[in-house]
Ligand binder design. Structure first.
Ligand SMILES: [Mn+2]
Length: 378
């Protein structure tokens, strides 16, 4: 049986104020074409269907038309929710979708859902583990709560409660951060790698279809694999080659893997140069980040550059050495800022410029006060 493995669609993603919906529609059409050309028998989607847990109406319609196109082709599709998704919203109408062969993991994220497919070699059992956290697994298995200190413990215990028949062919679909994998800027990971889990947890599986990390890659062996996002979702990904993974499973133990490259509607690049050099370049429709190296660029530089780079998403000035020390006009000295200011900046960077609400600020202030008191008491 041939599977097409996808992950991290992030439908509805806005990158530096650019809505990527037309790029996403284009790439999903291309993926349907690949499914046809590669004659796949089923599709696995390993989480982060949407960018936000409250997806926009247009993102939801795009996903609806994609899975409908799969159902029209009679391709079974297995979908789990990721850390960006609301498990409940992704699973909306799941029992109805299942009637068309579209199987979506449900609202209970401390659970592994199962679906069995058949081919000439027998049964293939697909295990679907939505993104889950230690907190949720502790709540599901209170008698083992003390054993759960981190993500690795949580996933290990969750998997202990799953019966896997070693004589059958088994696939796991999961959305977690495996130790040793390569990261980039568009993922949301816990600081300090607290969410790492070991690849050895998946030893029993013939193939593990992963989502969460956006660079296509295998972890420890070819059959434990991140499909990667279908599009570049940050400038840290300009050198990645996005692809979908085709997994061919014959009899038990006989798995072959290949990738098919994706060609986006618009490429993404980082271009550095002086204002004069950039203005001399041929017109470029790609999504670009421009690093303008002049010490003193003209006041309307960004607007002028838009005539050459109409899809420029970000212009950085003052990057005279072409690498670090980029700044956008304000000189920032983190060592001179207080914690709350830094936290507000971090929050804005993580939430497309949104500000902390009053209620959130109050919570932070309370935590800081408590910490101060504790520090004073010691
Ligand atoms: Mn993701």
């Amino acid at each position: 049986m041939r599977f097409l493995h996808l992950a991290d669609l992030h439908l509805g993603k806005v990158l530096h104020k650019q809505n990527l919906l037309s790029d996403q529609r284009y790439i999903l059409d291309q993926i349907l074409q690949i499914a046809d050309e590669q004659q796949v028998d089923a599709v696995l989607i390993a989480g982060d269907v949407y960018q936000r847990n409250t997806p926009s109406a247009e993102a939801m319609s795009l996903f609806s038309s994609f899975v409908t196109a799969l159902a029209e082709r009679k391709l079974p599709c297995m979908i789990i929710s990721g850390n960006h998704d609301s498990a409940e919203r992704v699973a909306y109408l799941a029992p109805l979708a299942a009637l068309s062969g579209v199987h979506i993991s449900g609202a209970d994220t401390a659970k592994i859902y199962k679906q069995t497919l058949h081919d000439e070699y027998g049964e293939i059992v697909i295990h679907m583990m939505p993104f889950t956290t230690p907190l949720q697994v502790r709540a599901a298995y209170p008698e083992q709560a003390d054993e759960i200190q981190n993500y690795n413990d949580a996933i290990r215990i969750l998997m202990q409660h799953l019966a896997v028949d070693p004589d059958k062919r088994n696939i796991m679909i999961a959305h977690q951060f495996l130790t040793g994998a390569q990261v980039c800027d568009s993922e949301e990971l816990a600081i300090g790698g607290l969410d790492n889990i070991s690849a050895s947890l998946f030893d029993a599986y013939d193939y593990t279809a992963l989502g969460h990390l956006h660079g296509p890659q295998q972890v420890t062996r070819p059959e434990i694999r991140y499909a990667g996002s279908p599009l570049k979702y940050s400038f840290s990904e300009v050198h990645q080659h996005k692809s979908v993974t085709i997994v061919h499973i014959k009899e038990k133990g006989c798995v072959s893997i290949e990738t098919v490259q994706l060609k986006p509607l618009r490429e993404m690049q980082v271009i550095s140069g002086s204002f004069a050099e950039l203005m001399e370049m041929p017109r470029c429709e790609d999504y670009v980040q421009l690093n303008v190296t002049d010490a003193d660029p003209p006041a309307n530089a960004a607007r002028s550059l838009h005539t050459v780079f109409p899809n420029c998403l970000q212009t950085l000035f003052g990057n005279a050495d072409g690498n670090s020390e980029m700044f956008t006009g304000t000189v920032h000295a983190p060592e001179k800022s207080d914690f709350l200011t830094l936290l507000k900046e971090f929050y804005a960077a993580q939430h497309e410029g949104a500000a902390l609400s009053e209620a959130q600020t109050l919570i932070v202030q309370k935590v800081l006060e408590t910490l101060d008191q504790k520090a004073g008491a010691q």
